[in-house]
Design a protein around this ligand. Sequence first.
Ligand SMILES: [Zn+2]
Length: 166
Amino acid sequence: MPKIIASEQSETEFRTRPVRGVSLFVSEGVIASVTAHAEMGCLENKEILGLLIGNVLRDDAGTYVKVTDTATSGLDADEISVRFRKDSIEELFISMDGCDGDAIVGWYHSHLGIGCYLSDVDIKTHVGIFGADVGYALVIDPVESKLASFSCSDGRPHAVPMIIMT
Ligand SMILES: [Zn+2]
C-alpha cells in the first residue's frame, strides 16, 4: 500500500535523474489516464480528482519524484468542486493497493475552462494531504487542453517543470 510522502524521507533509492534541474517525472500512461478521466468528467460537466502514485528517488542533487500510476474512486463533484465520496474511501484504498509505486506523491484534479492554477481551496487540500512543503499537484483543464504541475512551499503554490517519460 503506497504511503503519503513526508518531508523526512526514510529510505530512498539512489538513481541519477534522467534530466538535471527537474524534480518531477511523470509517465506517459499517467498523463493518458488523467486526461481520459478529465475528459470523462467534462462530458458530465464535473471536475475530477485522483491521487498520483510513484516513487521518491535521490541523486547527488537531492530527491526527486517519478509518478507511475494513479488511483481514484467515487467522487462528489460539480463544475467547480470535487472531493472523494465519503463512502468510497475503501474503494480508494483498493485502487491504491493495485498501484505501481510505493508512495502517494501528489494528486490531480481538473478545472473546467478556467485554466490551470491552485485555488485557495486547492492549496488547503494540498497542505491537508501533504503538509506545506511536499507533494505535487497536477491540474488539467480539458476545455482549454491545458495541463500544469505545481508544488507548495510554506503553503504557497509554485509552478514546477515536469518531464513526461515514455
Ligand atoms: Zn482546483
